[in-house]
Each structure stands twice: as C-alpha cells, then as structure tokens.
Design a protein around this ligand. Structure first.
Ligand SMILES: [Zn+2]
Length: 258
C-alpha cells in the first residue's frame, strides 16, 4: 500500500493506528460541485480544499478524511447562482447534518483533533453550525476533549501577495473571486490539466444590487458564470497563493493542536 495521508488510501487498522498511536489531526475538506465559468471544472472547490488539506496534513502529520464534495447552495452574488448545468447544491440543513454526522463518526473512532477545511465561500455559516452542534452533542454524551478548528484558507491573504497578484488592478474580494484570478491561478498550480485559459471570455463583470431576489434572476450573472475574470492568471501566482495558504493552515493547526 502507498504511503498516504488520505484516509481513503488507508486500511482500517492503519487509520486506527494513526489516530490511536499518533493522535493524528483529522482534516475534513468540504467543497462544492459548482460552475466556475467555462475554463475551470465543476469540482474546483472540493479539489482545492482537498489539496490544501493534503498538503497541511503532510506538514503536521495529519490524516485527510474522505472529502465532502457537495456544498451549500451557490448564491448569485457570490457563486453565480444555482441555475447553470452541474451546479448541484445541498440545502443548508442537509450540509449541517452531513458534516455533523461525519465529525461525530470521526470522534467515535478516537479522533479528538479535528479540522474542517472549507473551499466554498457559501458553506461558511453552515459549517460553523455543524461544528457547534457536533461539539454540543458530544459534550452531552460525555466527550469533552474533542476540538474542531474550522477555516476558509483563502480568507486571510497577505497584503503584499495581493499587491503582487493584482498589480494595477483591484482585488474584487473573496465573495466575487469566483472563477477569477485567485481560483484560476491556484488551479493552474495544483491541477493544471483541469484549466483551459483559452476559454476565459471577454465579458462585462456583474454589478449587483444590494439585495437578493427569490427566485434568482439568472441575467444578473455573465453568460460564463464567472463573477470576476481569471485572465492574466499564472502558475507563479498560484504558487504564491497556494504555498501561503498551505503555510497558514499548517501553522494554524500546529498552534491549536501541538
Ligand atoms: Zn470556487
């Protein structure tokens, strides 16, 4: 069997040994299956979350639980909305219960150091709730030594990194960074075979009103589904971002669990 930090690659007894003997941190990547324009795959968010979790686990001696690939509903002003083909959403309650169940199962088999690694902006409050409820239910069951760290790795970018990457342009913010430079560059670095730069269109970027509508109006979003342009993204930008995020996740885990 290959040496791996991925739970799915391990036999049950090897997994159990890492939890029991090494007190390994168990990282749970959560993503989404969501359109990311014409040039990035539907799996972008869970692929990136899983990549980050794997690299961090290699740094801190952790194990990456099988990822949760589906995520909360794509919102029109942050993810382009639910109407484009393949954007396959969970209801909020489903995501909360799914993540809560998995966290409690990980604890049932001995994990006490847990981390939820979020690759999809819209998941955020549902993951908070899942972690909160898991800890509360565990406490009711008498397990008080489980701790969960939850983070969106792309939330805290160094100003100098943003300056280098967005030289002369304005960073649109994480909410509009959908299929934009950040995600495109990271995918170019981590999953180059899954990016087609020639498919990034010239199109006007959306100007959203300060409210939402239900049902959503698909015309708010450009035809491609992107909310900011990925044009100009390079592998080097991706390296800069990804290595910074890997370091951020790794040091955060070390700080809380070692
Ligand atoms: Zn994304």
């Amino acid at each position: 069997m290959i040496a791996s930090v991925m739970m799915s690659d391990l036999s049950w007894d090897e997994y159990q040994r890492r939890i029991a003997d090494e007190d390994a941190i168990v990282l749970l990547p959560v993503g989404a299956v969501e359109q990311h324009g014409y040039h990035l795959p539907l799996g972008t968010d869970w692929m990136m979350a899983t990549y980050m979790a794997r690299r961090a686990a290699e740094n801190v001696g952790g194990v990456v639980a099988a990822p949760i690939t589906y995520g909360y509903r794509s919102q029109i002003r942050t993810g382009g909305g639910p109407h484009r083909g393949g954007t396959t959403n969970l209801d909020g309650l489903t995501l909360i219960n799914l993540v809560k169940d998995v966290l409690k199962e990980l604890v049932r088999h001995g994990a006490r150091k847990l981390a939820v690694i979020d690759g999809h902006f819209e998941n955020r409050f549902y993951l908070d709730e899942a972690c909160f409820l898991a800890v509360r239910e565990l406490e009711y069951a008498g397990i008080t030594d489980a701790k969960i760290l939850k983070m969106i790795y792309a939330e805290d970018i160094k100003p100098e990194t943003l300056e280098t990457i967005y030289a002369g342009k304005t960073y649109p913010g994480l909410d509009l960074e959908h299929g934009g430079i950040l995600e495109t560059a990271m995918m170019l670095y981590c999953h180059p075979d899954h990016v087609d730069m020639s498919k990034i269109p010239d199109e006007d970027l959306p100007k959203f009103p300060p409210y939402d509508l239900f049902p959503v109006d698909p015309d708010w979003v450009p035809a491609s589904g992107g909310l900011s342009s990925g044009k100009g993204s390079t592998v080097e930008m991706g390296r800069l971002l990804v290595e910074e995020f890997v370091d951020l996740v790794s040091t955060s885990l070390s700080k809380e669990f070692r």
